[in-house]
Design a protein around this ligand. Structure first.
Ligand code: SF4
Ligand code: SF4
Length: 87
């Protein structure tokens, strides 16, 4: 199967891996991934009042993802799954 590819500034081909899911069992609500995403793909989940200081992440706007994987790199709990897009 072939996948959607992009180009770097130097015109080298690369294969974006788009955010697929966040494992709610692993997420500790640190909010780092939400802050680091430059495309506002991720958003805090609704939480009860006792947990209101936490920012459990959800994939709110998957169609805006560019597949940079920055969110996964900043997640210390390895909660992210990514996948390339079939061309
Ligand atoms: S960086 Fe990881 S642990 Fe922190 S909010 Fe995002 S998914 Fe959850
Ligand atoms: S892969 Fe990049 S664009 Fe997509 S959600 Fe993660 S940080 Fe945002």
């Amino acid at each position: 199967m072939s996948y959607l590819t992009g180009l770097t500034r130097g015109k080298k081909a690369w294969t974006p891996r788009f955010v697929k899911s966040i494992d709610p069992e692993l997420c500790i609500g640190c909010g780092r991934c939400i802050k680091i995403c430059a495309h506002d793909v991720l958003a805090p989940a609704e939480v009860d009042e006792e947990e209101s200081a936490k920012m459990f992440a959800t994939v709110a706007s998957p169609d805006d993802c560019i597949g940079c994987e920055a969110c996964g790199r900043t997640c210390k709990k390895d909660a992210f799954a990514f996948e390339p897009l079939a061309a």
